[in-house]
Every structure is written in C-alpha cells, then in structure tokens.
Unconditional design. Structure first.
Lengths: 113, 113
C-alpha cells in the first residue's frame, strides 16, 4: 500500500527566503505526482503536476522535482512571500493512472512578514 | 476549463438524518470521480471511486451502506451520508478525472449535531 510522507510537518521562515519542502513515497511505481496548496478551511489548489516520465516542472516561483527511483519529490519555493503561507500537500497517483490520489499529511508553511 | 463544483458548500444536520452532496464537472465529462474525506488537521483520505454507470469502489474501512454513491451521468456524482452521526462530521471533497489528471471541487463541510 502506497504511503506518502512529508517533511517537515511545519515550517516558519522570514519573507524572502528560498525554501524546500520534501515528499517521499514508498512505492516507486507511480503514474504521476502532484503538489497542492490548501488554505485554512478551503479546498485544494493544484500547483504542479509531474508525470512519472518527467524530472521536474516549473511554474513561476515554484519548481517541483521528481526522482521516482528513490521515491522522492521536492517543492522549491523561491523568494517566499507572506501570501505563500498555507498547507502544502503532496499526492501520488498509482495504478496506471486509474487510482485515486494518496496524500501526505502536508507541510504547514508560515512566511513571516 | 476543468472546473468542478460541489453543493452544498456547508451543511449542518441532526444525528440520524441523511445528507446528499453533489459533485459536478461543469465543462467536461468525467467517467470517473473520486470522493475524499478530511478530518480536522488531517490529510485527505480517499473514500471511494465513482464510475459512471457502475457501482462505486470503496476503500478499506469505508462503509458502503453508509456512504451511498451514485454516478448517474458523466457530469454528476452524488454522495449520500445515511444516518449521519457526529463522527461523520468532516470536510468532503470530490474530484473528477480528465486526461488522467484530477480536478478538485471546493469541498463540503458537514457538521452533524
């Protein structure tokens, strides 16, 4: 059974810093991996989707990498801003693309002004 | 494109009653939809996979007779929580599949009193 772990569970940094969020998964036979943002009491905002054949994806200040063989992904946030404060969730999809997502518990990020 | 809606966004019901939550794909057709549940300060857990025109597939530990899922059309799946109890209070989020990427609804917060 796939398990997804996110480290750290919480992170607080001053505005302007670059930071890295980590995600690991136990079964490397994934279809894709996705990073989401969740604000308190809200739904999910998809940030980046990486297919199993890809190594990384970039969107603005965000860069996500995938090392499928080692079961790891990182989300890099450049020049952090207070508006980046949220919970970041990593999720993997297995089963040839037919299964639902397995989520990590998330990293609660606070960017101090 | 790829917008998913949920209705209602929040609902309060009394213990023992049933509640229906709708999930609609607004601008695309989805053969497969998924239902997730999120308890406070926890991550999302997959409850069931809903396939149009066939019975839903439930994850281990999810009672199929309590959480009734109907996927009668390519744009609508419903989740009915039957005989709700306070422990069913949670945030329920659906997603719809499009080209092997899942698009999430905004979620429904259920409170059972």
């Amino acid at each position: 059974k796939q398990e997804v772990t996110q480290i750290p569970a919480a992170l607080s940094v001053p505005e302007g810093e670059n930071l890295v969020l980590n995600c690991s998964f136990t079964d490397s036979a994934i279809y894709n991996l996705q990073w989401f943002r969740q604000d308190p009491g809200k739904g999910l905002t998809s940030l980046l989707l990486i297919q199993s054949s890809q190594r990384e994806q970039t969107s603005g200040r965000l860069n996500a990498s995938l090392d499928k063989s080692s079961g790891r992904s990182t989300l890099y946030i450049a020049a952090s801003q207070p508006g980046d404060s949220a919970t970041y969730l990593c999720a993997v999809r297995s089963g040839g693309g037919a299964d639902g997502l397995t989520f990590g518990k998330g990293t609660h990020l606070i960017i101090q002004p | 494109g790829a917008v998913v809606s949920q209705h209602p966004s929040w609902v309060i019901c009394k213990s023992g009653t049933s509640v229906k939550i709708e999930c609609r794909s607004l601008d695309f057709q989805a053969t497969t939809m998924f239902w997730y549940r999120q308890f406070p300060k926890q991550s999302l857990m997959l409850m069931a996979t809903s396939n149009e025109g066939s019975k839903a597939t439930y994850e281990q530990g999810v009672e199929k007779d309590k959480f009734l899922i109907n996927h009668a059309s390519l744009t609508l799946s419903t989740l009915t929580v039957t005989s709700a109890h306070p422990e069913d209070s949670s945030f329920y989020i659906c997603s719809a599949d499009a080209s092997y990427e899942q698009y999430f609804g905004p979620g429904t917060r259920l409170t059972v009193t």
